[in-house]
Design a protein around this ligand. Structure first.
Ligand SMILES: [Mg+2]
Length: 360
């Protein structure tokens, strides 16, 4: 292959999902040649059948400095914790339990040893919280920035596995926790960062330490810096013998993640705006930034809550959980993907995008 003679299409032209489609078509023959691989690219995890009849689910995430995290707004211990939680969140999205993780890291040689120790302390504390092991990984040097790669393997009984596909008309759409906090918290952190840099540029003193003293927006900032993976919800499902008909974790935003469920399940949905649980602090922050908290929830992303569908006869059990909200209903595909706003108007949710890498 002569790179100089190739015609180039920048990946920004096709975006993250276009790129994934192209990679999928190249590797599809290897996926098909493995009979024990139940699900390859396209869901929150790859699914592999173990000899015991249990499914193993595996996921990997890559975090790059200044793309996924900014060391001026992220305490290192939190970074370690979040790196693990975002992958465990994908395990939860398959209705599975995390078992172990492999973590790899690339660092410029000038990185302080204490940085690495603090990072891994954050990961270890979080692993203990999720009852899983940090089983190994790799280290490498890098030129300028820090990269962290986390692979997590989990397990789930064959008849409990939950995919993005599986939602059917009549199912209820549910979400855990509250949304919009992560995007709102990031807004505040970025503002503080810019203020700090401005003070430094002007040679002025800057005493605020927002990372350690989160102030009035503590919940939103914590939601961004330390999003918990909802292993507790998977345990709740197991205890009450509930298997959702479909599930995904909210990484790109409610609009784009419900669209993934609808696309994979071949259905439509109607989400009721008034039922979307928005973090109250996200509303205050939206007011301050003259933005809409609904936008943070729909397309902010990184809330890492679970979005799932259930059969209507499970409503009473689900409604008994204080941290689960029923926000809408699955409809036939031809009815589209709609948001009923607070005035009763139906808005096309597909017109509201979520986060996508490579877009410029
Ligand atoms: Mg996911």
């Amino acid at each position: 292959m002569n790179l100089l003679k190739m015609s180039f299409k920048p990946i920004a032209d096709i975006g993250e999902f276009g790129l994934i489609e192209r990679i999928s078509s190249i590797v599809s023959s290897s996926l098909e040649s493995s009979p024990k691989l139940i699900e390859g690219i396209g869901d929150d995890c790859a699914v592999y059948e173990l000899s015991s009849g249990t499914f193993q689910v595996v996921t990997t995430d890559l975090l790059i400095e200044d793309i996924h995290f900014d060391l001026l707004t992220t305490p290192v211990q939190h970074l370690g914790s979040k790196a693990l939680s975002v992958s465990v969140s994908d395990i939860c999205a398959m209705n599975a339990r995390p078992c172990y993780a492999l973590t790899s890291i690339a660092l410029p040689p000038k990185t302080p040893v204490e940085f690495v120790e603090t990072l891994y302390r954050g990961m270890n504390e979080t692993a203990l919280l999720y009852n899983m092991a940090l089983a190994g990984g790799d280290t490498s040097s890098s030129k300028n920035s820090i990269s962290i790669s986390v692979m997590v393997a989990g397990e789930v009984e064959k008849n409990h596995i939950t995919y993005r596909k599986g939602a059917e008309p009549g199912d209820l759409v549910c979400v855990t926790g509250s949304l919009g906090g992560s995007a709102a918290g990031l807004k505040v952190l970025m503002r503080e960062k810019n203020l700090m840099l401005e003070h430094i540029r002007n040679g002025e003193q800057y005493d605020r330490d927002l990372m350690n003293n989160l102030g009035e927006y503590d919940k939103a900032i914590s939601q961004h810096l330390l999003p918990p993976a909802r292993v507790d919800i998977v345990a709740f499902f197991e205890k009450h013998m509930i298997v959702p008909t479909s599930m995904i974790d909210i990484s790109d935003g409610l609009a784009s993640d419900i669209a993934h469920i609808c696309k994979m399940s071949g259905v439509g949905a109607k989400i009721d705006e008034s039922r979307i649980p928005i973090l109250p602090q996200a509303r205050l922050i939206a007011d301050e930034f003259q933005d809409e908290a609904l936008n943070f929830a729909l397309s902010g992303g990184e809330d890492y809550q679970l979005l799932f569908t259930i059969k209507p006869d499970k409503f009473d059990t689900i409604a008994s959980h204080p941290d689960i909200s029923v926000i809408g209903k699955i409809n036939p595909e031809n009815e589209g993907l709609l948001l009923k706003d607070i005035y009763g108007m139906n808005i096309d949710l597909l017109s509201i995008g979520g986060y996508s890498h490579f877009r410029e």
